[in-house]
Design a protein around this ligand. Sequence first.
Ligand SMILES: Nc1ncnc2c1ncn2[C@@H]1O[C@H](COP(=O)(O)OP(=O)(O)OP(=O)(O)O)[C@@H](O)[C@H]1O
Ligand SMILES: [Mg+2]
Length: 310
Amino acid sequence: MLLICPHCKQQYNIEKGKIPPNVKNVKCKNCGQQFPLPSAPAASPQKPSSPLVTPGAQPVRRIGVCISKGGVGKTTTSVNLAAGLAYAGYRVLLVDTDTQGQDSFVLGVRPKGGLTELVTEELTPEEAVFKARERLWLLAGGKSLAGLKRLIDRKDFGGELTIAEALKPLEHQFDYIVVDTSPGWDPLTVNVLFYVNEVLTPVSLEIMTLQGLVEFLKSLSAIQKHRKEVALKYILPTFHDQRVKKCNNILEKIEELYGHMLCKPIRHNVHLSESPSAGQTIFEFAPGSTGAEDYRELVRKVANNDKLFR
Ligand SMILES: Nc1ncnc2c1ncn2[C@@H]1O[C@H](COP(=O)(O)OP(=O)(O)OP(=O)(O)O)[C@@H](O)[C@H]1O
Ligand SMILES: [Mg+2]
């Protein structure tokens, strides 16, 4: 740590670990002037709660990140959107409804339970909801969700409302609830669509997923017949590589069909694929990367607040 005496400008290179925690001031050996130690830098690149954000000012927003196609960036988007909203100052609950349980891995945490234990009441809500970061809580997924699926299947009535019923009592504590889903179509996906009001669908520009999008929209409209409140709100192109002609062609096609829902694409960025192994969000792992830049843009779009992170 570099210390500069404000009086005589003498510089000192001091090992931070050697400064006792209770020491607040130091004395310059050159001129004898006492001056305060600078406060420790934040451990993470997290911004302080933005004054542009007033937690609790609006009713909770429930966003499902869904599409049946696998490997298109659902988890990457769920985690980084949730983390970005939390950095911006909102209180966010991230819910993992995938048996792969990737959200815990990506955040580098090991909760003792999650969604299954909340539903089965093996854990109290306080125990099931794990504080993963400042203002960011996780209701973890994982293998135990297989049991939850069986439980839903066995219900004669109202199985599709299982997740909604479990989350309802917690909602008031959050500004956003972001739900990550598994690839495919299972009772948990149906439950998510019976819970969220807004759907965000990532579409990979790398693999041909327009077909996947069309199929997912058909399934969504089947749910909408029973539940009008759920609507596709955002289409998020992922794995965008401007140099690849095919990417631009798919992007043009999406714009033509769903222009009003289209978000600015998330570019292909190696840091996005590396950050999960470090158990870090993109904002922690590579805050200056294009991946972080693109997810900040998504946070601005979803929060409808152009001034965030500026
Ligand atoms: N924009 C990107 N650039 C580069 N790599 C990315 C990008 N987005 C995601 N990845 C990587 O691609 C892989 C698949 O992403 P992710 O796990 O988010 O997809 P998914 O839709 O959740 O997959 P699944 O359907 O299996 O749950 C991961 O290894 C992730 O780190
Ligand atoms: Mg996933």
